[in-house]
Ligand binder design. Structure first.
Ligand code: PHE
Length: 463
């Protein structure tokens, strides 16, 4: 009955697909603005430490669970939990991941849909006119958010693109999309970074990002960096687990995980360099940093030579980055239906994709106006009104951290050290950092995620 499980065509296929999942709105939108709000420098260092000590080890853990079992998030816990303390109850962690995938994709694709509208407007020249003054663009954006049909259209188009890729399967769909989109994404980013190197704000941007000023670092900033390291690496909901389940035994898990973490971090920093360079080049008052990408950025781009081209390139970049992430979100849900419910890929992807699109329409239709933007926090702190804000709050602050906590506890405490060591070392020889990795998964991961959860319970404010 069991069909042979698909595998990535090559090591690079996996790395590209998984980096595609990791690199998304979290890198291009969220990271620059939280770095801005937390005064750069020291915040960036804390973020790097969080990626290294918490994110990377948990990523390795997720991939181990997937590759060991060659199953989706629920199946992986079912197989590995069997006969262990807690037994099948661990399947709940996988189920939580599938639910998180469903929920996150439903609103992520609404934001992703905005990029489509901006690409069209850059090409048609409309954006150039609107971006003459910050006020006109702000007003446009507010109206755009309140325009149900346009919100719905962008969302449905983006879901259609996502479904079309996932339906084609692991090799022909996901891997091929990543192999085409990721190099273009890197190319555009490099082009934009080279461009901003000649802008007057470049050196100020570099100083802002890299000069640590620890006196400005708050406890909230540390928690925010931790939380974000999780979201940006697509951890806590089985995305890396699912992608890991298609990984070849010959690929080294720690090396691949390192490559993904480095790429993801590099891109987040490059996004900061691009955004801050142009913002610092002009004396622009960034009132609401969470809307930078859609209200401030075009204004600045159009002050530079080749504004229309820059905008087109930039929003294409964001759309591609978002697409490779939405693909992974849908794959978590589809692979669950394929493995656990025994559905064919086509049925699983279509049914789940359409269900998510319908559910996401609630978010698309409830975008109130510019104010509602402050409610989008993608692992931010404040709980807010609106379906969109509530779902994001629920997923970012609860589903992902709780999922991550249990993934770390399961891998570190329930699985035996032989289980994990075998999976990591098989065919690759002894792993020098195995002890360190296990220590981080057992202690650092749970402690860090525990701190995030406690802070959410206590209602701690980030800023
Ligand atoms: N990592 C993606 C980003 O940074 C978001 C994501 C989270 C994707 C969880 C898949 C799973 O935008």
């Amino acid at each position: 009955m069991a069909e042979k499980r698909a595998q990535w065509g090559s090591r690079f296929g996996f790395i590209l697909a998984a980096s595609g999942s990791a690199i998304g709105l979290g890198n291009l939108w969220k990271f620059p603005y939280i770095t801005y709000e937390n005064n750069g420098g020291a915040f960036v260092i804390v973020y790097l430490v969080a990626i290294l000590l918490v994110g990377a080890p948990i990523m390795v853990a997720e991939i181990v669970l997937g590759r060991r079992t060659r199953h989706n998030a629920v199946g992986a816990f079912r197989i590995l939990g069997d006969g262990k303390p807690g037994g099948r109850a661990w399947m709940g962690v996988g189920m939580l991941g599938v639910i998180a995938g469903f929920v996150v994709l439903s609103y992520y694709s609404v934001i992703a849909g905005w990029t489509l509208r901006y690409i069209v407007m850059s090409v048609s020249g409309q954006l150039g006119e609107l971006a003459q003054t910050p006020e006109t663009l702000q007003t446009f954006f507010g109206n755009f958010l309140g325009n149900s049909w346009q919100q719905l259209l962008g969302h449905l188009l983006f879901m259609t693109a996502t479904i079309s890729v996932v339906i084609l399967g692991v090799g022909k769909g996901i891997e091929r999309a990543a192999t085409i989109l990721m190099p273009i994404l890197f190319g555009i980013l490099v082009l934009l970074v080279v461009y901003v190197m000649w802008t007057p704000g470049f050196s100020q941007a570099i100083a802002f990002i890299f000069k640590p000023n620890f006196s400005q670092l708050t406890a909230g900033a540390v928690l925010e960096a931790l939380g974000h390291s999780f979201f940006t690496l697509s951890l806590g909901m089985g995305a890396m687990l699912t992608y890991g389940s298609y990984m070849r035994k010959s690929t080294s898990i720690p090396r691949a995980a390192m490559a993904i973490c480095i790429l993801d971090t590099m891109i987040a920093i490059m996004a900061c360099i691009i955004l801050f360079s142009i913002i610092f080049s002009f004396d622009i008052d960034v009132q609401k940093s969470s809307t930078i990408l859609f209200t401030t950025l075009p204004v600045v781009f159009y002050k530079l030579p080749g504004g229309a081209v820059l905008c087109t390139l930039f929003y294409t970049l964001v759309a591609f980055a978002a697409l490779t992430s939405t693909i992974s979100l849908l794959e978590v849900v589809s692979s669950y239906a394929i493995d656990e419910l025994g559905w064919a890929r086509k049925k699983a992807t279509l049914t789940m994709g359409v269900a998510i699109a319908v559910f996401g329409s609630l978010s698309a239709l409830s975008m109130g106006g510019v104010e509602s933007l402050s409610s989008i926090n993608l692992i931010g702190r404040d709980s807010t009104a609106g379906i969109f804000g509530t779902l994001d709050y629920l997923a970012s602050n609860w589903l992902l951290p709780v999922g991550g906590l249990f993934i770390a506890l399961f891998t570190g405490w329930v699985l035996s050290s032989t289980d994990t060591r075998n999976e990591l070392e098989e065919g690759h020889g002894p792993l020098r950092f195995y002890g360190l990795w296990r220590f981080l998964v057992r202690f650092a991961g749970p402690a860090a995620v525990g701190a995030i959860i406690v802070s959410v319970i206590l209602g701690a404010e980030y800023q």
